[in-house]
Write a protein that binds this ligand. Sequence first.
Ligand SMILES: CC(C)(COP(=O)(O)OP(=O)(O)OC[C@H]1O[C@@H](n2cnc3c(N)ncnc32)[C@H](O)[C@@H]1OP(=O)(O)O)[C@@H](O)C(=O)NCCC(=O)NCCS
Length: 195
Amino acid sequence: MIGLRRVGPDEFVSRLGSVLDIYTAAMDPPAEQLSGRRTIMGNHATHPGFTCLFAELPDGTPVGLAYGFHGAPGQWWHDVVHQAVAERHGAAGAHGWLGDALELAEIHVHPGHQGKGIGRSLVLGVCEDRPERTAVLSTRDLPTVARRLYRSLGFVDLLTAFVFPGGHERYVIAGAVLPLAPERPGTGPRGAGAG
Ligand SMILES: CC(C)(COP(=O)(O)OP(=O)(O)OC[C@H]1O[C@@H](n2cnc3c(N)ncnc32)[C@H](O)[C@@H]1OP(=O)(O)O)[C@@H](O)C(=O)NCCC(=O)NCCS
């Protein structure tokens, strides 16, 4: 039986080793990227409105996690994505999607526990009772389980084939109006269309 537990920023930082273990098992990143990823995650915990859920075994071992925070100017991801969405959808579109957004930074489930509904529960739980108008995220622009999951939760593609500065892989930037409406297609926040 897996339980979901909310984890504050202090505990999140103190458990970064476990967080990185799940991240590594789920994403299989190059080893040389792990220390930079640890720094980025620790920095995320200082952002306003930080929220995190651990999915844990009965003995407390975490096997999945999801976290996010309130996006704001000055944050690297926010600034890069805001500019790119503005170029594609105009200033009003960028404001509509990113002006009051929960930014979902990481969602991972250990491979030994995937496909049991944990990822879906984590995303729904992290997005529950948030004050923001939207939730936004980036994910690889490939036909992955993650992408299908986000679609089924109401996320729509705001940008496709997007390459972050300094990167080479293609990403999708996706957004959903809060509260999430699973199985119902997203419609766009207050006039900000996704097309
Ligand atoms: C993406 C991820 C978090 C989803 O977590 P999960 O616990 O495996 O997903 P769930 O069991 O909640 O299933 C979510 C959906 O995917 C489907 N699914 C799950 N595993 C699947 C598989 N192996 N093949 C096909 N579909 C699958 C489920 O049927 C479900 O569909 P639904 O939402 O239409 O009902 C997890 O697979 C993962 O950590 N992947 C690797 C890391 C990653 O890509 N993270 C996201 C980065 S943006």
